[in-house]
Write a protein that binds this ligand. Structure first.
Ligand SMILES: Cc1cc2nc3c(=O)[nH]c(=O)nc-3n(C[C@H](O)[C@H](O)[C@H](O)COP(=O)(O)O)c2cc1C
Length: 220
């Protein structure tokens, strides 16, 4: 599947059916997780058939229903941007494999979340995963002109990167980022210093790179 098709089809899903993630899919997802862990020094782990983080004594917790699988985001501290960047790579691999997801920083039981935390590591958040009852809906979003200095005669790769960026998930759909281009280099800034803002920045950079077809050396 074309990467833009994967990006366009991803929406946050909070209601899941009871089907477990099948072994072949979990193996492929774990391959991407291993790659991301090697590249980033993170300790992402796929937790399956563990309802407690989204149950908390009730059949559902927060806005979630039937969530029994999640990606736990564990890694070195103060690396929020990497948590977002690599976490989103895994989210998009999941989407390609037909597994729906939702980033979750707040509306889950953090204390009940499983995952092996080594000395010096921290648990950032989770991404709920599974087969959705529906595939979610497109968020109301900004235009590429809202989030950048884009002009109609700008290069195609810049437009494509921005198109992918506006489809990125951000905490509370804030989309508080702004792109500027200087020749073949791009800068992206996020407003605010919050933890989730830095995670959002990593997610948005991941989308821009995939949409534009450029690598990490695009960043000024
Ligand atoms: C860092 C981060 C944290 C989030 N935390 C939560 C959360 O605690 N609960 C929740 O229901 N959604 C959470 N979301 C999902 C966002 O609300 C969602 O991505 C946004 O509204 C855009 O919608 P979309 O993902 O369908 O495009 C989070 C998203 C991100 C990127």
């Amino acid at each position: 599947m074309d990467v833009m098709d994967v990006i366009r089809s991803r929406h946050s899903v909070r209601r899941f059916d009871n089907r477990p993630i099948d072994k072949k899919t979990a193996d492929l997802l774990n391959e991407e997780i291993d790659l991301c862990n090697k590249e980033s020094g993170f300790h992402f782990q796929l937790i399956t058939d563990e309802p407690e983080a989204f149950e908390a004594g009730k059949p559902s917790y927060g806005k979630f229903q039937g969530c029994r699988n999640y990606l736990t985001i564990i890694g070195p501290s103060k690396k929020e941007e990497d948590a977002g960047y690599y976490g989103e790579r895994i989210v998009l691999k999941a989407q390609e494999l037909g597994v729906n997801s939702c980033w979750v920083a707040l509306t889950y039981k953090k204390g009940k979340a499983k995952g092996n935390i080594l000395p010096g590591e921290k648990h950032y958040m989770v991404v709920a995963m599974g087969y959705g009852i529906d595939s979610g809906v497109a968020h109301n979003g900004k235009t590429i002109e809202d989030i950048s200095d884009f002009k109609p005669d700008d290069p195609e790769w810049y437009r494509n990167g921005l198109e992918a960026a506006i489809l990125a998930p951000t905490a509370m759909n804030q989309q508080k980022f702004r792109f500027t281009r200087n020749g073949d280099k791009v800068k992206v800034r996020v407003a605010g210093l919050g933890v989730h803002t830095r995670v959002d920045l990593g997610i948005v950079k991941c989308h821009f790179e995939l949409g534009s077809g450029k690598g990490k050396d695009i960043w000024e």
